[in-house]
Design a protein around this ligand. Structure first.
Ligand code: DAH
Length: 346
C-alpha cells in the first residue's frame, strides 16, 4: 500500500516539474490545481494515515517537497511571464509598419539558358536524358568513333581518374548518345544537358568545367533536312524570329557529314560588330548526321536507321545572350554578378 501512495505523490511531483504554461490563463490553471484552496496537494498530506510508521517521516518530506516545488515553480513562471509581457509592451515595434521586402534569389544564368533550351526542344518531342559525369572511355570516346590516337584523348584535354585509366570526367555530353542508344530502341529523340570537363588553362574564354546540351534523333528516314529545320526552329526560338542560320562543313568523328552552325548576328543583323567580330555571323553549335559506325557501335542497325546529332556549349549561348565576356564569371558566384539575372526568368 505505502509504495503505491509514494508512486502517486512522485507522479504529481513529476507533473509539476514538467508543467509549462505559456500564457497567463494556463498559469492560473496551474495555480488553482496546485496552490488553490481546493488544490490536489492538500489531500496528499492526509494520506500519511495509510503509510507504515517507519516511512511516515519520509512521506511527509516528500509531500512537502511537492508543495514547495509547486510554489517556487509558480513564482518563477509568473516572473518570466511578466518579464515577457513587459518587453513586448515596452518595445518600440510598430505592428502596422509595412514589412521589409523579401529579397528573392535569382536563377543562375546557366540554369536560365539550360531550362530555356530544354523547353524549346521539349515542345517538339525531345525528352531529357541523363548520363554520367564520371564516364568510361568507351562511352566518351570509343563508341563515339574517336580513334585511339585522336588528339581529344590526349592527356592535355581529358581528366582521367588516377586509380583507373579507363575512367574519366566526360569531355562532352556526346557520351549520353552512347548511353542512350545502347539502352533504347529507335525512335530516339533526346536532349542531354549537363556538365563537362576539360583539362584547359582557365582564361576569359576557356574553363576546365562548363556545360553542354547534346541532341540526338534516331529513327527511320531521318535526313539532313530534318536536322536543318530542327536547328532553324531552335535558333529562332532562342535568338529571335529574324534569326538566319548558316551551316558550314566541318569535321567531328561521330558525325558524317558534319557541320558547324552559325546564326546571323542578333546585335548588328549581319552589318558587322564586335560580337560577331565583323563577320555578321556567330558560331553556336556543332552538328551532323550520326556516323553509321556510331549506330553500329551502340547496337543499332545502320541500314534501317539514320539519325542526326548536335552539341552546343551552354556558357556560349549565355555569353551571347547576356553579352558576358568572361566565362570565369559563371563559376565565381559573385553575388553582384548573379543578382543581375531575374528571379522570374526561367
Ligand atoms: N561533342 C562536340 C564537342 O564537344 C559537340 C558536337 C558536335 C556534338 C557535333 C554533336 C555533334 O552531337 O554532332 O565539341
Amino acid at each position: 500500500m505505502s509504495a503505491e501512495i509514494f508512486d502517486k505523490v512522485k507522479t504529481v511531483l513529476e507533473k509539476i516539474k514538467m508543467a509549462a504554461p505559456s500564457d497567463a490563463e494556463q498559469l492560473e490553471q496551474f495555480r488553482i490545481r496546485y496552490l488553490g484552496t481546493k488544490n490536489i496537494i492538500k489531500p496528499l498530506f492526509g494520506e500519511i494515515r495509510n503509510v507504515a510508521n517507519e516511512r511516515k517521516k519520509e512521506f511527509g518530506q516528500l509531500v512537502n517537497e511537492v508543495k514547495q516545488t509547486a510554489e517556487s515553480k509558480f513564482q518563477d513562471l509568473k516572473t518570466q511571464l511578466e518579464a515577457a509581457n513587459e518587453s513586448a509592451e515596452s518595445s518600440d515595434l510598430d505592428w502596422s509598419a509595412p514589412a521589409e521586402p523579401i529579397v528573392m534569389g535569382s536563377r543562375h544564368p546557366i540554369a536560365i539558358v539550360w531550362n530555356r533550351i530544354v523547353e524549346i526542344f521539349s515542345r517538339i518531342g525531345f525528352t531529357v536524358a541523363e548520363g554520367r559525369e564520371i564516364e568510361d572511355d568507351w562511352h566518351n570516346f570509343t563508341a563515339m568513333n574517336t580513334p585511339e590516337d585522336h588528339p581529344a584523348r590526349d592527356m592535355q584535354d581529358t581528366f582521367y581518374l588516377l586509380n583507373d585509366p579507363e575512367m574519366l570526367l566526360r569531355t562532352h555530353t556526346s557520351s549520353v548518345q552512347a548511353r542512350t542508344m545502347t539502352k533504347l530502341e529507335p525512335p530516339i529523340r533526346i536532349i542531354a544537358p549537363g556538365r563537362v570537363y576539360r583539362n584547359e588553362t582557365i582564361s576569359a574564354r576557356a574553363h576546365c568545367q562548363f556545360h553542354q546540351v547534346e541532341g540526338l534523333y534516331v529513327a527511320e528516314n531521318v535526313s539532313f533536312a530534318d536536322l536543318k529545320q530542327t536547328l532553324y526552329y531552335f535558333a529562332r526560338e532562342l535568338y529571335g524570329d529574324s534569326t538566319k542560320i548558316r551551316l558550314r562543313p566541318s569535321y567531328f568523328p561521330f558525325t558524317e557529314p558534319s557541320a558547324e552552325m552559325d546564326i546571323s548576328c542578333f546585335v548588328c543583323h549581319t552589318e558587322g560588330c564586335n560580337i560577331c567580330k565583323y563577320t555578321g555571323w556567330v558560331e553556336i553549335l556543332g552538328c551532323g548526321m550520326v556516323d553509321p559506325q556510331v549506330l553500329e557501335n551502340c547496337g543499332i542497325d545502320s541500314k534501317k536507321y539514320t539519325g542526326f546529332a548536335f552539341g552546343m556549349g551552354i556558357e556560349r549561348q549565355a555569353m551571347l545572350r547576356y553579352r558576358i565576356n568572361d566565362i570565369r564569371l559563371f563559376f565565381e558566384n559573385d553575388v553582384r554578378f548573379l543578382k543581375q539575372f531575374s528571379a522570374a526568368d526561367r
